[in-house]
Design a protein around this ligand. Structure first.
Ligand code: GLN
Length: 538
């Protein structure tokens, strides 16, 4: 029978609930337990797919094609358990389901209300699609006290009450600030946050205190006393230099031990922390740096390319180098300043993206990397831009473009049905933008003797997709005659998945998002190979 752990946050947002949940999940998993992680988001969007990265950070895509919160990326990176569609829910999705049922007449005669209808639906989600998991860790987005998260908190309170024989564990993560002026650690915000939680009927069992410096025993005692938890259940999490230190830090604080004790369980295996110690050492002690230029639209926002940044770090771990990201706003790049902007970088990466703004800067920088033989990695939109650059400057198709950006262009990139009228269509529409892209895991076959075939060491791959437009396969011969090889194709040969340039040290564009499958303990081969090429250029 699955045991449920609910993780809430207090005082301020961005304290690292996702990382704490993921670290705890790793520790439990490595002690022989099967763990599942889930996220409940209080906003009204049905999923984050239609939100700008400026609003919400990266959209993380699962194998089964869900557009989800970026915390699911942390979950996967720490536990190596692939998340599913059923692991992320939003208020919007809950209401959407309920309102559809209401229109069908499923509630005929009744008043549809937050309690019990919304809370019941949340409870259904918590229990849904669980098989033989030992632990289900559910993170509740937002901060206690927000109006939006109230139905979720009410639902988990009810859930714990409904399942008294299988008790649930409540973990509350709060901020314990240090005040420089008085040289003191303050527990009051935590006390208030727990008071707020208790006012809705939830007594936390464990309090995780995020702090800048270690909390003295006297202050821990205070938290224990005022918040009604034992002192062993006051766990501190002092800021770490790399997120991959988090499992080590929570293990030292005995979080996993206290959780198992709460459920009267013993470890089935000894925790293996060696891999985390190894990568933390590499990350903290590496002297050699490799600069990678990332040219995109959302470079100012730290979380916009979360999985990508992590995957590049993983590539660095594999090559024993520190990857230094040089984030360049694509809008600012033009033919004149490009050399200056890119001259200190040993590799160029163009990430996924949407829309016209900044495309010229991307194309110009790809042109520079192609001609000056700088390792180049184009991901999704980045690949599409690389193909357009090649079409314009090598194939001399002046108005080469993407119909996403210009309906009158020569469609090098377009909706598949724009050139494949008699073929099998698997495209969504442009009018309904939510969840209609080519999403999730798809198979591709790799060309014999290609660079990617050597990198992957296999001829068949599965990678996650999130795009609506495709490279025009009808132009394949023209591209290949001039050296841009379509080295990865969909199994039916209709959709170009990978392009690579002959006579270039490393020039690869992929239509999918390999960053979603990179793990710190098993870096993605494309990122390892890209960083290796950049390291060689240094
Ligand atoms: N905008 C492009 C498309 O929809 C690329 C999407 C992406 O980079 N994820 O095809």
């Amino acid at each position: 029978m699955a045991r449920y752990i609910f993780v809430t946050g207090g005082v301020v947002s961005s304290l690292g609930k996702g990382l704490s949940s993921a670290s705890l999940a790793y520790l439990l998993k490595s002690q022989g337990y099967k763990v599942r992680l889930r996220k409940m988001d209080p906003y009204l969007n049905i999923d984050p797919g239609t939100m700008s990265p400026f609003q919400h950070g990266e959209v993380f895509v699962t194998d089964d094609g869900a557009e989800t919160d970026l915390d699911l990326g942390h979950y996967e990176r720490f536990t190596n358990v692939s998340a599913k569609k059923t692991d992320n829910i939003t208020t919007g999705k809950i209401y959407n389901d309920i309102l559809k049922k209401e229109r069908k007449g499923d509630y005929l005669g009744k008043t549809v209300q937050v309690i019990p209808h919304v809370t019941d639906r949340i409870k259904e989600f918590i229990k849904s699609d669980i098989t033989n998991e030992d632990f289900v860790i559910c993170e509740i987005g937002g901060t206690v006290g927000d109006i939006e998260s109230l139905p979720f908190l009410e639902a988990i309170r009810q859930f714990s009450n409904d399942n008294k024989t299988n008790k649930s564990l409540f973990i509350h993560l709060t901020l314990v600030p240090y005040l420089k002026s008085s040289d003191e650690i303050k527990t009051k915000p935590t006390q208030h946050s727990v008071k707020e939680l208790r006012s809705i009927g939830i007594q936390p069992d464990i309090i995780i205190c995020r702090c800048e410096r270690s909390i003295p025993v006297s202050q821990k005692k205070k938290i224990s006393l005022f918040c009604n938890v034992s002192i062993q259940h006051v766990i501190e999490t002092v800021d770490v230099k790399t997120i991959y230190e988090a499992p080590l830090s929570f293990f030292n604080q005995k979080l996993d031990k206290q959780v198992l004790k709460f459920f009267d369980l013993k470890p089935k295996k000894i925790v293996d922390l060696k891999p985390w110690k190894k990568i933390t050492n590499i990350l903290l002690k590496n002297k050699q740096k490799v600069n990678i230029a990332v040219v995109g639209k959302y470079v100012d926002l730290k979380d916009a390319y979360k999985s990508l940044d992590e995957a590049l770090t993983h590539g660095g771990i594999e090559n024993n180098v520190d990857v230094n990201l040089v984030r360049i706003e694509s809008d600012k790049l033009n033919k004149i300043n490009i050399k200056k902007e890119l001259k200190n970088s040993s590799g160029l990466l163009i990430p996924g993206g949407f829309g016209q703004r900044g495309t010229l800067g991307k194309i110009n920088s790809i042109n520079y990397a192609r001609i000056h033989k700088i390792p180049f990695f184009g991901i999704c939109f980045g690949m599409q831009m690389a193909v357009i650059e090649f079409a314009k400057n090598v194939l001399k198709i002046k108005n080469a473009g993407s119909t996403e950006l210009d309906k009158k262009c020569f469609p090098i990139i377009g909706l598949i049905n724009e050139w494949n009228k008699n073929g099998r269509l698997m495209k969504g529409t442009e009018s309904d933008l939510g969840g209609t892209m080519r999403l999730g895991s798809y198979n591709a076959k790799l060309r014999h003797n290609s660079l990617v075939r050597k990198i992957y060491k296999t001829s068949n791959i599965d990678e996650r997709h999130r795009h609506r437009y495709e490279v025009n396969v009808n132009l394949r011969k023209r591209f290949e005659n001039k050296g841009l090889i379509f080295s990865g194709m969909s199994p039916d040969n209709k959709l170009p998945e990978i392009v690579e340039l002959k006579d270039h040290p490393w020039f690869v564009g992929v239509q999918f998002h390999p960053e979603f499958k990179s793990r710190p303990l098993t870096p993605h081969p494309l990122f390892s190979s890209f960083i290796k090429a950049a390291k060689l250029r240094k």
